[in-house]
Design a binder for this molecule. Structure first.
Ligand code: T1G
Length: 697
């Protein structure tokens, strides 16, 4: 027996207790322990076996950290077969999250009882694989094809009540898993219940699996796992159980060998690691009982909404009564959305809008809050006035934060007497929806202020990423580079629509030009004007066709026309023919003979520009680890999750290949394509960005 599984005899029942915190993952020790436990119970003359988990959950799945490593010990599908084949009645008592291989062990048991708060699921597709220990063969036998397709291809967690209704669970009982499990098992023994192997149940009727496969593939927008899992369920309907298990294994191994599996697992562990900074290990955050928000525009209202939804009292400060009421209107609108989606109740809605939210036009109203987030106009002079006032009115120890998306936080901090209390908290629009939060640490920001930023991020359920101070921090700095690569390709012959298509095929939620239309072309216009005013490097390839669109009042979705033309009530837009004319005219002006680009070349150049700038951001310490960049692009810039992020993609693609693309670009335009020293170093040393992640976590 291993320590991972405790063994106990209670009358006729052998009790196997999983004790492998934090989530009883089904690693080597647990699998070997379960096998030994079943064998011992049988030798011991027990009449039944109860399996349950100690701590916060029943098995939460296979141990993902073992993926890609040489297999050890009994395979999970074989262990499940062994449990199911036991001559004894096997009962599983579930609590917490019985997921993946965990639910598969429960499905291999003959009876399943759970506490009311338990959740079950087969979320393997969320890490790029599929159930591989009988989930696609046993679940459809219990709940049918339609429900299985939903549970397996969505990867969603199913509440105990629904699981009982579906037939996954046999019973729900209040109490501790061990106690309700023992009582239920005893009752089964006394009622003369018999073993009830799911594998011996009849398979459900087949459906049109080819059509279903195509439908799920389309919905996955490039993610393979959900569609491949459909083939597993098909095997359940079309093959005898053992052959179905073989087919499931083949499909599972196919997915295990995909880049997508690597990308998705990298994303799984990175989104958990990104908010863990070594320097904050022993640093306690400051008190966070209430916040103030200055500026009730789209961003300010979104930030206030996110805080209110987390239960934080908010003081919203605006310059005039009218502006304050408008801010309340935006916040109320956001909260009505949450009410409609069932995230809050009617009573909570009223309480948040009428009691928890306070409006004011007087800075003094901020004198007692623990943290203030400024979300006013993106102009340094305006920021300085606001922070000067905050310095006067806010209590000692209050944190002064700016939601600037690219301005110098050190310069903002320097206009206060307490730069150690100043930090950047860069939210993404809409702030109550977007998961990303860049925590911008200025030179003098105190560690407990940084810790409080991360505590706020956790409370708002954000993915918080530490960023240093530079123009655009992590995300916007990298965005401006890969966006310029796209602009250069347009000048040289590509069309914005070909570029958008190539990148959505690559997996991006939207192409760069559709994103520009969504954000508003006037934002880029203002930035180009600012840059030109500050003086651009003559080697920079500047283009003016977009300025002409803006001068004509075409700012994208908000004006109904930009790169695309938008019809009211219709999703997406159609290409705007005026754009192609403007581009052709600019090329002629610049004497450029356009050339054709393949979709592959467009993606390679776009990604190489992204990776190169990202490597500079890591090399300069603006981002601590490559995974910080990956999570920033995943949660703030629509980067396809199944590719893990730009630096994970580069590792999989091969850093030498990416560097070669950059160097080839440098022959055409050495100013733009300036290879990142870190990338050259990693290639020279035969190392990867993942090596850096391991060294810095
Ligand atoms: N393997 C290894 N480590 C795991 C793990 C797992 N399955 N699940 C969680 N952890 C670690 C996690 O990295 C973190 O570590 C800590 O546990 C707490 O997790 C054949 C092959 C269970 C809902 O996909 O969804 O079974 O950061 O911070 O928010 O069919 O973790 O503290 O060092 O997320 O309370 C299928 C994955 C596997 C479930 C808990 N199972 N886990 O959420 O805590 S594939 C899953 C989760 C499989 C078979 C196949 C969540 C959770 P650290 P946490 P949480």
């Amino acid at each position: 027996m291993t320590d991972a599984i405790g063994f106990e005899r209670i009358g006729d029942i052998a009790v196997l207790k999983a004790q492998n915190p934090p989530v009883n993952a089904l690693g080597f020790d647990i699998r070997e322990g379960l096998l030994a436990g079943i064998e011992r119970a049988e030798k011991d003359g027990a009449k039944a076996v109860l399996i349950y988990g100690e701590g916060r959950t029943y098995f939460a799945g296979a141990d993902i950290t073992e993926f890609g490593k040489p297999p050890r010990g009994i395979f999970l599908p074989d262990l499940c077969a062994r449990i199911e084949a036991s001559p004894l009645i096997v009962v599983s008592a579930l609590h917490g999250t019985a997921l993946g291989g965990g639910l598969e062990v429960a499905l291999a048991s003959h009876y399943r009882i759970a506490v009311p708060s338990a959740r079950v699921g087969l979320p393997e597709v969320l890490i790029g694989v599929m159930p591989g220990a009988g989930g696609t063969q046993r679940l459809p036998r219990l709940i049918g094809v339609e429900a299985s397709v939903d549970v397996i291809t969505s990867g969603r967690q199913v509440g105990a009540k629904e699981a009982l209704e579906l037939g996954i669970l046999d019973r729900i009982e209040e109490g501790e898993p061990r106690e309700i499990g023992l009582a239920y098992t005893q009752e089964l023994l006394e009622s003369g219940a018999t073993r009830r192997p799911v594998s011996e149940m009849s398979a459900p009727e087949a459906v049109d699996f080819d059509a279903l496969y195509e439908k799920v593939l389309k919905k996955g927008r490039g993610l393979l796992a959900p569609a491949v899992a459909v083939r597993g369920i098909q095997a359940c309907c079309e093959l005898p159980f053992d052959e179905g298990m073989k087919r499931e294994r083949e499909l599972f191994m196919e997915l295990m060998n995909t880049d997508q599996r690597q990308g998705m697992i990298h994303a799984f562990f990175s989104e958990r690691a990104v908010s863990k900074l070594p320097e904050l290990k022993c640093v306690a955050p400051r008190e966070l009982g209430s916040i103030g928000v200055i500026g009730g525009g789209t961003m300010g209202a979104g930030i206030a909404t996110a805080a209110l939804l987390s239960g934080l009292p908010v003081v919203m400060l605006e310059m005039t009564e009218a502006a304050a009421e408008a801010a309340k209107g935006r916040i109320t609108g956001n909260l009505q959305g949450a009410l409609k989606r069932g995230k809050i109740s009617e009573a909570q809605f009223t309480q948040l809008t009428e009691e928890i939210l306070t409006l004011s036009t007087d800075y003094a109203a901020l004198s007692d809050v623990d943290l203030v987030i400024e979300a006013v106009f993106e102009e340094m002079s305006v920021k300085k006035v606001v922070f000067g006032k905050l310095d006067e009115v806010c209590k000692k120890g209050a944190i002064l934060a700016s939601n600037t998306s690219y301005l110098d936080v050190n310069e903002i901090a320097a206009c206060t007497s307490r730069p150690e209390d100043v930090i950047g908290l860069h939210f993404f629009s809409p702030a109550h929806v977007m998961k990303l939060l860049e925590i911008v640490v200025a030179d003098k920001t105190a560690l407990d202020v940084v810790a409080t930023g991360f505590a706020l991020g956790q409370r708002l359920k954000k993915i918080s990423v530490r960023a240093g101070v530079c123009d655009g921090f992590i995300g916007n700095r990298i965005l401006s580079t890969y966006r310029r690569a796209a602009d250069h390709m347009i000048l040289d012959g590509a069309s914005p629509y070909q570029i958008d298509k190539a990148l959505t095929d690559f997996g991006f939620a939207m192409g760069p030009f559709a994103v520009a239309d969504l954000a508003g072309l006037d934002i880029g216009w203002a930035m180009r004007k600012r840059k030109r005013a500050e003086g651009m490097d003559p080697r920079e390839r500047d283009s003016s066709y977009v300025d002409k669109m803006c001068e004509a009042g075409n700012f994208g979705q908000k004006t109904g026309k930009g790169y695309y033309v938008y019809e009211a009530g219709k999703r997406g837009g159609t290409p705007n023919p005026e754009v192609s004319d403007l581009i052709a005219a600019e090329r002629a002006d610049k004497g450029i003979t356009p050339r054709s680009f393949t979709d592959e070349e467009i993606v390679t150049r776009y990604m190489a520009a992204m990776v190169n700038e990202a490597a500079k951001v890591v090399g300069e310490g603006i981002a601590r680890r490559p995974l910080d960049v990956d999570m920033t692009l995943l949660f703030g810039y629509g980067f396809p999750r199944y590719r893990g992020g730009p630096l994970k993609w580069a590792d999989i693609e091969g850093l030498d290949k990416v560097l070669a693309t950059i160097k080839a670009g440098a022959e055409e335009d050495s100013y733009f394509w300036d290879p990142a020293p870190l990338l050259e170093k990693l290639v020279a040393e035969g190392r990867t960005f993942d090596d850096l992640n391991k060294e810095n976590s």
